[in-house]
Design a protein around this ligand. Structure first.
Ligand SMILES: [Zn+2]
Length: 304
């Protein structure tokens, strides 16, 4: 059985462009202003400008997700049409039903929420920088008015300056902090688009299987060297009712940039060898999350 490779992320360039433009706009708002000395009204006005751009960015996120995530879902839904045609014969129907459309839109809404986290984090970076600059400026003015006689100790102004420099660099580089991780917003939006499109693709394939009464699925073989290799060519049961194969608890993508995918597995078309190889997944691992799998199965050394 040949398995389709994963199609490219629909709208990938569009999302990268959206974030490149948003970052350029946000940077432009800060240019040429020293927020430690600027008047409060001017700082407030700049914050309003940032908020306007964030609102526009969220609208663009929504438009992108509604346009492209259902496409990824649909790609997954139709991915194995030839195989299913062969299996179902006259029973085969190519209809992308109302129910499927709703499921695709629901997936898009989840993606929208994930992208809005980036937008909120960007607001945090740019507004946070202005607010901290103003705060630092105020403190400097108060210290100056009290007089140089009162020494706070050299370290405190230095610490403030370091934080301010750090925040300023974040605005220049378009860095966001999500949870404990700090990363570039543009790179992160690209990663998110690719990973979430794949998740939507898989969702489409799984729902297609459910619609057609196919319970078994097989994971693609892309030659992984990370923990994902344990899933390759393995057969899972969507319902968990199979005696032979473990339940499909976790679906690809198993991690960011994961290239794996799944397809319906039709036992009638498979030979002994495929079933034999596909039965090697340790049932005890089916409840392990990606993190736990990564801990258990260290990457193999890559042969150059
Ligand atoms: Zn993978």
């Amino acid at each position: 059985m040949t398995l389709d490779p994963i199609p490219n992320t629909p709208g990938r360039q569009a999302i990268v462009d959206i974030y490149a433009e948003a970052l350029a706009d946000l940077k432009a708002i800060l240019i040429g202003v020293d927020f430690t000395t600027v008047a409060k009204t001017r700082a407030t006005q700049k914050i309003r400008e940032i908020e306007k751009h964030i609102t526009a960015l969220k609208r663009d996120n929504a438009i992108w997700a509604e346009r492209y995530i259902p496409k990824a879902y649909k790609n997954g839904f139709h991915q194995d049409r030839e195989l299913l045609k062969k299996y179902l014969g006259n029973e085969y129907t190519a209809t992308f039903s109302r129910l499927q459309r709703d499921a695709a839109m629901l997936t898009a809404q989840g993606v929208m929420a994930d992208f809005n986290i980036i937008a909120d984090a960007l607001e945090q970076t740019y507004v946070g920088f202005i607010k901290f600059s103003q705060f630092t400026g105020n403190k400097q003015r108060i210290a100056a008015s009290i007089g140089k006689g009162i020494i706070e100790g050299q370290s405190r102004p230095q610490v403030s300056k370091n934080i301010l420099d750090n925040l300023r660099n974040n605005t220049v580089d378009g860095m966001i902090t999500v949870g404990k991780v700090t990363m570039n917003a543009k790179a992160y939006s690209d990663l998110l688009a690719r990973t979430l499109s794949r998740a939507a693709h898989t969702e489409g394939t799984v729902n297609r299987c459910k619609q057609d009464g196919v319970d078994l699925v097989i994971i693609t073989d892309t030659g992984a060297v990370d923990f994902c290799r344990m899933y390759e060519n393995q057969i899972f049961s969507i319902s968990g009712n199979s005696k032979r194969f473990p339940k499909l608890t976790y679906r690809p993508p198993y991690h960011p940039n994961c290239t794996h995918n799944l397809s319906p597995f039709i036992s009638e078309f498979a030979d002994e060898g495929e079933v034999e190889i596909g039965s090697q997944f340790d049932k005890a691992d089916s409840d392990l999350s990606s993190k736990e799998m990564a801990r258990k199965y260290k990457p193999l050394k890559q042969v150059a």
